[in-house]
Write a protein that binds this ligand. Structure first.
Ligand code: TEU
Length: 571
């Protein structure tokens, strides 16, 4: 029952199992918890559930470090629980997309255990092993084969004393990179993917899949990268992002695994350019259906990167999203504000004060969902969940935040400054428990949650949102309904209006044989007035969705919007 291209009209909901719902009181979410709350997701009108990793894992990076690709971690349940979840999702007419984490495995995976057992090990070449830098003794600072800085701080190389070589890990030292140059590795990954498809899953979200091809020289050499300010390391990304054999590998995966399966294949691709995205998603090339690009979520990063958050310029955001809308007009976009790695958008680009939290969450939802592409909703986004506001390093759980804190302190930074940098961007903002109700642990668990619950769950929670027809939840439900009832939302061409306007995000969608769809949104906490030349028709047209029922009518081509007011009009 999977028609090719079915995902064009779909909305995806991401579940982060650890933080979604705990059914057995151990403080960690689990598969039964998801089954218990599936109706919340189904009633939101989404089509697909994307599950972050539930595989067997030491949980060094919350499951993105996998030690058995074909089993469920006991913390989350059993394979039988997963079969019941798949059936329950399908019964509700939804589909299931699994996370596929194959740039690296866990260091506790049997493949790596074998690989590290000695230089002559049968699977030695399944990972990326290199001798110390010539003239250096292994293990001493500066002896690493390249100067690359890890995503999770420190070097990307870990010295293995026993076998006398370094192994590569772009993420934590417990996440060794698989060697995709080795055909046996690729075969093993494809076989595992086929096993999951046979079990009934409907697609894959491919973790950092544009990092799998490293730019290895003829003798296996890997180059140093340009120095990274504020660290003793270099930026290795030119040698592993969108690497030389990346497209070839994905084309091969397509052929070997899902050529005839009509699954949803979405590639997570940090650092992807529009040029590469066109290649990844061109149907004729048979690689993947869409990518997650990172440009828009990098626009507020300062010179110090993600820990150096700056105010967002709305014109920059609009121009960037418009470039992707137009640049992939022949292809397809993923649309997202949030996932388990990003801070909460209502705190980041909206206004999470009591006065504007609801309106700004709705308006952010509107401008995203009315664009062309497949929208992704991250758990809690539909409630307008906010950043958590941790003030002590003890509150944090995420390896990225904890390692960054330690590295900066080693470099003599002031702990208060480092904490201030972490608070607005830490991935833990997305990982606090889902807020189901106003009870002490927010209905997430009867035990002690593995990470603190946001204190605002007394107001921001699913039970309250479902009761209130004016909630963010019901607004998201209507957005999904519009996508499912209006072809123009799925297929219409995108045109940005008023690119320079500092407060208002406005665009049209047009489709032959349909009136024009106009989206006009005040993305600020001040009133805004705009003149939309030639659009008096749509401005006076049918109101498909609005944030403010009592909004002022347009006067010809002129419209005044209240703070965070938005309208979707057809005329
Ligand atoms: O993330 C890849 C990635 O590049 C980032 O979003 C990453 O979180 C970065 O550190 C942000 O500063 C993916 C997963 O989504 C993430 O949860 C994993 O930690 C990572 O890959 C490794 O598997």
């Amino acid at each position: 029952d999977r028609e090719p291209g079915w995902w064009r009209s779909a909305v995806v909901y991401q579940v982060y199992p650890r933080s979604f719902a705990d059914s057995d009181g151990d403080g960690v979410g689990d598969l039964q918890g998801i089954i218990d709350h599936l109706d919340h997701i189904a009633e939101l009108g989404v089509d697909v559930v994307w599950l972050s990793p539930i595989y067997r894992s030491p949980q060094d990076d919350n499951g993105y470090d996998i030690s058995d690709y074909q089993d469920v971690d006991p913390m989350f349940g059993t394979l039988e629980d997963l079969d019941r979840l798949i059936a329950a999702i399908h019964e509700r007419g939804m589909k299931l997309v699994m996370d596929l984490v194959v740039n690296h495995s866990s260091d506790e995976h049997p493949w790596f255990q074998e690989s590290r057992s000695g230089r002559d090990a049968a699977k030695r070449d399944w990972y990326v092993w290199r001798p110390p830098r010539p003239g250096h003794t292994g293990g001493e600072p500066g002896a690493e084969p390249t100067n690359w800085h890890s995503f999770f701080s420190g070097s990307t190389w870990e010295w293995d004393e026993a076998s006398g070589e370094y192994y590569l890990h772009l993420f934590s030292r417990k996440q060794p990179d698989l060697n995709w140059e080795n055909p046996q590795v690729r075969e093993a990954v494809y076989a595992m993917m086929r096993w999951w498809l046979d079990r009934g899953v409907d697609g894959f979200r491919m973790d950092v899949i544009n990092l799998i091809s490293k730019a290895v020289g003829p003798d296996g050499e890997l180059p140093d990268g340009p120095a990274k300010p504020g660290t003793r390391y270099g930026d290795g990304s030119p040698f592993y992002m969108n690497g030389p054999r990346n497209h070839e590998f994905l084309h091969e995966m397509h052929r070997e695994v899902y050529a005839d399966a009509a699954i949803l294949a979405v590639a997570e691709t940090p650092g992807v350019t529009l040029e590469h995205a066109r290649l990844f998603t061109d149907p004729a090339r048979r690689e993947v259906d869409m990518v997650f690009q990172f440009e828009h979520v990098g626009l507020d990063h300062g010179p110090g990167g993600k820990w150096d958050l700056q105010p967002l310029s709305l014109p920059d955001l609009k121009l960037n999203l418009a470039a992707w809308q137009e640049g992939l007009a022949a292809g397809w976009n993923s649309l997202y504000w949030n996932n388990h790695d990003q801070p909460r958008v209502v705190s980041r680009w909206g206004d999470d004060s009591p006065e504007y939290r609801v309106a700004s969450a709705k308006t952010l939802g509107t401008v995203l969902h009315m664009m062309r592409g497949t929208p992704y909703v991250y758990q809690g986004e539909e409630l307008g969940m906010t950043n958590v506001g941790f003030t002590s390093i003890e509150d944090y759980r995420d390896i990225e935040s904890l390692n960054h804190y330690r590295e900066q302190l080693e470099h003599g930074a002031d702990p208060a400054d480092v904490l201030a940098g972490i608070a607005p961007v830490s991935r833990d903002n997305a990982r606090t428990p889902m807020q189901w109700d106003d009870s002490p642990a927010a209905g997430f668990t009867t035990g002690t949650p593995w990470i603190a619950v946001n204190p605002n769950h007394t107001e921001v929670n699913a039970a309250a949102a479902r009761r209130d027809p004016g909630s963010v939840y019901h607004h998201y439900r209507r957005l999904h309904e519009l996508r499912h009832t209006h072809d123009i939302v799925v297929e219409g061409s995108f045109r940005l209006l008023l690119p320079e306007h500092e407060q208002v995000f406005a665009y049209t969608r047009t489709l032959a044989g349909s009136p024009t769809l106009l989206v006009v949104a005040n993305m600020s906490s001040e009133p805004a007035t705009v003149t939309l030349a030639g659009l008096a028709g749509p401005l006076a047209g049918e109101v498909l969705l609005t944030t403010h029922d009592d909004g002022a009518p347009a006067a010809g081509e002129e419209l005044t919007l209240a703070p965070w007011e938005s309208r979707v009009l057809l005329g």
